[in-house]
Design a protein around this ligand. Structure first.
Ligand SMILES: [Zn+2]
Length: 181
């Protein structure tokens, strides 16, 4: 959502750009405004998935006011594994498709399978920036798990498994809960 606002040159995009580039977190007000903007423009009547939002309890209460949430999925991994995975992440400069050096490599090194674009490391995927993001994550996001656990909508998944198994685990558990894909 942030990257879409930036590439479309909206006023929200101009405000959020420095945060995306430095890997720091934007204010709740700004993030909430961007999410509200997007949820209003798309059809969510048949369901929706938000990835990486809300990040804290304040944002969760904002979301409660604008849309209905049935399930919060927490994918748990250690900091060590998070650093390892993010450092190998590559992104297509043109279409923004994400790859991983080890887990999801392109067919031809450095070249996007979809559009033939050039693959680069994201500017916010250096170890220093990742560690800063993780510290902020633990401080703000962990109370969020408690918030959703108390409401009975939290689903915890072991993210240390290989990525296809994480996906299978999510599918298996949401089917058990009666959701359909
Ligand atoms: Zn591409």
């Amino acid at each position: 959502m942030f990257r879409a606002e930036i590439s479309q040159g909206t006023s929200l995009g101009r405000l959020v750009k420095p945060f995306v580039e430095s890997g720091t977190l934007a204010s709740d007000e700004l993030v909430d405004a961007i999410v509200t903007h997007h949820l209003k423009r798309v059809d969510i009547s048949r369901g929706y998935v938000l990835d990486g939002y809300p990040r804290n309890v304040e944002q969760a209460t904002h979301l409660d006011r604008i849309a209905k949430l049935n399930l919060a999925i927490q994918i748990k991994i250690s900091d060590k594994e998070a650093v390892r995975r993010l450092q190998g992440r590559l992104q297509c400069r043109r279409c923004k498709q994400v790859y991983h050096k080890t887990y999801a490599p392109p067919i031809k090194p450095g070249v996007c399978v979809i559009c033939g674009g050039h693959l680069v490391k994201r500017a916010d995927d250096t170890e220093d920036v990742i560690r800063k993001r993780l510290a902020g994550f633990h401080f703000m996001t962990e109370p969020l798990a408690t918030y959703y656990r108390q409401r009975g909508v939290l689903l915890s998944i072991n993210g240390e498994q290989a990525i296809p198994y994480v996906f299978e685990d999510i599918l298996k558990k949401i089917r058990k809960l009666g959701f359909t894909e």
